[in-house]
Write a protein that binds this ligand. Structure first.
Ligand code: ADP
Ligand code: MG
Length: 329
């Protein structure tokens, strides 16, 4: 069979914005309602979207900004753009304010302030927990930007301290995990859009939906991989073999596994390290103690760190007081 099964591979890419989003009417309605005053140049509340991975936070935020607030909104992924300088640059460019690249961070902030004085804007910071410096949030909020912050639930508590949260007065909009039926409908819609008719039998689609455990990204990734495998073998549809291979190869069940096994303390430690990349053990422990609700004692902390080293998530250097930890990307 020489005809491709995947007719539009872009539709499976991370940056794809689906034109039809399903099962999120409630969240879409709430976001539209809360953000619409900005269109009349009035202030809006700051919003915090939370939910586990693959619950549609990014897709829905982009969909709404694109369709209703395009001319007054900026979207920045803080995993790609971590510094205040980069984020400000991205925001200004989205708002079509020229930036030549030789400005200081302070000058960029001034530029943005001037824009905001003339009109209300909405800034969406996706994966906000990755920001190097949370003071940026103050800067934006102080100037009256409407903020949409996005983060997975496990990042929510530790990365944004209660102090920052109360200052920003965030309204939380929750994205619950999808059930199997919802995942099925989302994937079915995407398959119809992106694959040759007849590529995937309904019962296999059901299997993939269940395997994804409520994560739409994982479900779509399974289908894309299975499609690639079937194409490679010259088949004219995806068979059980390809699907099963795709399921067992998909990241959630392989590379992500050590991360899923971390306890809540280790997750906080891991997130702090993600932000700093590398830091001395003492500083890491101090920062953990401010972030965790019931921090464990020093000895348990060292135990947790040792186990993360063993899992291959982080590495350590030096000994005793000079020990430091580094994230393995
Ligand atoms: N309700 C939905 N309707 C259509 N596609 C969706 C929906 N929710 C998620 N998706 C798709 O699933 C994938 C993961 O969603 P995403 O928004 O990136 O998740 P999150 O940001 O919550 O981790 C994307 O390809 C997205 O387009
Ligand atoms: Mg996302």
């Amino acid at each position: 069979m020489d005809k491709p099964l995947i007719l539009n591979e872009d539709a499976f890419a991370e940056v794809f914005i689906p034109s039809r989003v399903l099962h999120r009417d409630e969240q879409i309605g709430e976001l539209k309602r809360r953000l619409s005053p900005a269109l009349e140049n009035r202030s809006v509340e700051n919003i915090f979207l939370t939910g586990t991975s693959g619950t549609g936070k990014t897709a829905i935020a982009k969909h709404i900004l694109e369709n209703h607030f395009k001319s007054i909104a900026a979207y920045v992924n803080c995993w790609k753009h971590r510094t205040t300088y980069e984020v400000l640059t991205e925001i200004l460019l989205s708002l079509q304010v020229p930036v030549h690249g030789r400005e200081s961070t302070g000058e960029l902030a001034k530029k943005l302030e001037r824009v905001i004085q003339t009109r209300k804007i909405i800034v969406c910071l996706d994966e906000v927990d990755r920001l190097n410096d949370f003071d940026l949030l103050y800067l934006l909020a102080r100037n009256g930007c409407g903020l949409i912050l996005i983060s997975t639930r496990c990042h929510t508590i530790s990365s944004l301290s209660p102090r920052i949260r109360s200052r920003l007065a965030l309204t939380e909009v929750e994205f619950p995990t999808y059930d199997d039926e919802e995942i099925y409908n989302i994937v079915k819609d995407r398959v119809e859009f992106a694959m040759r008719p007849g590529t995937l039998k309904n019962e296999l689609l059901r299997m993939a939906s269940v395997a994804a455990q409520g994560d739409a990204r994982t479900a779509l990734e399974i289908i894309r991989k299975a499609g690639k495998k079937a194409e490679f073998r010259g088949l004219d549809e995806i068979a059980m073999n390809e699907l099963q291979a795709a399921i067992s190869e998909t990241s959630k069940f392989s590379t992500m596994q050590p991360l899923n096994k971390l306890n809540s303390h280790q997750k906080i430690l891991y997130q702090i390290l993600e932000r700093h990349r590398k830091m001395p053990s003492g500083l890491l422990y101090d920062e953990y103690r401010t972030a965790a609700q019931n921090p464990v004692v020093d000895r348990a902390y060292r135990n947790y760190m040792r186990r993360m080293v063993k899992h291959g998530l982080i590495k350590s250097e030096g000994k005793g007081r000079w020990k430091s930890y580094e994230i393995i990307a």
